[in-house]
Design a protein. Sequence first.
Length: 118
Amino acid sequence: QVQLVESGGGLVQAGGSLRLSCAASGRIFSSFAMGWFRQVPGKEREFVASISWSDGYEYYADAVKGRFTISRDNAKNTVYLQMNSLKPEDTAVYYCAADPGVRSYNYWGQGTQVTVSS
């Protein structure tokens, strides 16, 4: 089993920055990929960014490319999402997720609220 706990959400003005953290515990292997997703009430959850636990390969949704950066600290089993130049449309609940190498995000955190005011 894998447990994921997000932190770092909050309220920020447009143009500001936040850094989200996702602490992972349990059976984490190098084959894992870690992802960040977000969801607005009434809409489907959408992909934001992902990173390979082994080689650090990063992938971003077009909506956040150039503004958000995903990273990992293997020693701490923690994944980060640095969010810069935030826009009101980035407002959402952000979720951390883990894909145990099966091309499916099977493990999810509880989510953290990010609110960007205009």
